[in-house]
Design a protein. Structure first.
Length: 345
């Protein structure tokens, strides 16, 4: 699954309505004077974070959003109505960038947040505004001001609760496929995963979202392999599950390589809670298992968990450990933190 996470959109706020030129005309009233009303303001363009959306897919089909023009002013001092607004509904976590796709305009992190991207043009003054002592019958009114137009980028970071990290072939995608309904591509060559995959895992009747991302290799922060930009997808997760393959000659070294890349990436990734697990454990005999676990434990400074996505061993225990951290973190901080991301570049 390729997760659509950005869309280019053209927006335009409404023009202001024109002011009106009109004179009071009533029976028995001479020289009634000007009574042209003002034009209404043009509609605004808003973005609003709403519940229930997970993608920006709608913006692939509709890329133009125009608010309505304000209604023109009318005689008898009637002001025109404001033009209708446009409200673009996006999932929480959407960021809005200028046309260069670099300059952040706004970050919508919580459901219910709203931001006015473009205000409608002001309505023009009707001729009653131009009445002076020397000009009692002005024939002049203003047109409305034009609306603003711009091209913007909407970008959504996948907001997952837990992120899978590890070297290529560590079994990340296999784990995701085992515990969620996601169907990521799985194969025994490096960089099988090129785009992040999301899945919803369930344990003890509770749910959380797991993100599977490409593998990290030494030098990824300098662009080796496919680089490390995709780490942006797990920046906002609450916990990392670090998988180290039991097939690694030296699991401790494999662990440290990935940790080194997380540190080089920055953005607080290396400070996140981490659960370390020796994966593909079904491939080991008891002796090798002991040795590899010891190597990983030394490197990680914590007792690693053991799992096999193929045999199912240890999988539930890992899910329980993950959900415990996720729930604790949700209680402390219901909305994922905002962070400036290198991924934005
Ligand atoms: N025996 C065994 N094989 C596994 C297990 N998990 C994954 N594999 C195999 O290991 C290989 C790599 O698995 P993937 O899930 O694609 O690994 P990945 O970490 O997602 O790899 P990248 O996407 O390249 O980073 C595949 O051939 C899997 O079938 C496991 O628990 N036991
Ligand atoms: Mg994969």
């Amino acid at each position: 699954m390729k997760f659509l996470d950005q869309a280019k959109v053209f927006i335009r706020s409404g023009d202001g309505g024109a002011g009106s030129v009109s004179f009071r005309r009533e029976k028995f009233i001479e020289f009634g004077g000007p009574d042209g009303g003002d034009g209404g303001r043009g509609g605004d363009v808003w973005v609003e974070a709403v519940d229930g959306l997970n993608t920006l897919i709608d913006y692939r089909y509709q890329q133009h959003f125009r608010a309505k023009t304000g209604v023109h002013g009318m005689g008898r001092n009637r002001t025109g109505a404001k033009g209708a607004d446009v409200i673009m509904k996006v999932p929480a976590g959407t960021q809005i960038f200028e046309e260069d796709n670099e300059t952040l305009i706004h970050d919508l992190t919580e459901v219910g947040q709203r931001y006015r991207l473009a205000a409608g043009g002001n309505g023009g003054f009707g001729n009653q505004h131009f009445k002076t002592s020397t000009n009692q019958a002005p024939r002049r009114a203003n047109p409305g001001l034009p609306g603003m137009e711009m091209t913007i980028w909407l970008r959504l970071k996948l907001i997952a609760d837990a992120g899978l990290v590890g070297l290529p072939n560590a079994g990340k995608s296999t784990f995701l496929a085992a515990v969620t309904a996601a169907k990521p591509k799985i194969a025994d060559y490096p960089f099988t995963t090129l785009h992040p995959n999301l899945g919803v895992a369930r344990v003890d009747a509770r749910e959380f979202v797991i993100a599977d991302i490409p593998g990290l290799i030494e030098g990824a922060h300098e662009g080796v392999g496919i680089g490390d930009r995709f780490l942006g997808h797990v920046e906002r997760t609450r916990v990392l599950l670090h998988l180290v393959s039991a097939l690694e000659e030296n699991p401790g070294k494999a662990y440290k390589t990935v940790r080194g890349e997380l540190e080089a990436y920055g953005q607080g990734l290396s400070d996140k809670p981490e659960i370390v697990a020796l994966s593909q454990a079904d491939t080991l005999d008891p002796d090798a298992r002991k040795k590899k676990l010891a190597s990983l434990k030394r490197a990680a400074g914590q007792q690693p968990m053991v799992l096999s996505a193929v045999s199912g061993e240890g999988v539930e225990a890992v899910l329980r450990s993950l959900i415990a951290i996720v729930e604790q973190s949700r209680a402390e901080r219901p909305v994922s933190v905002k962070s400036e991301s290198r991924w934005q570049k």
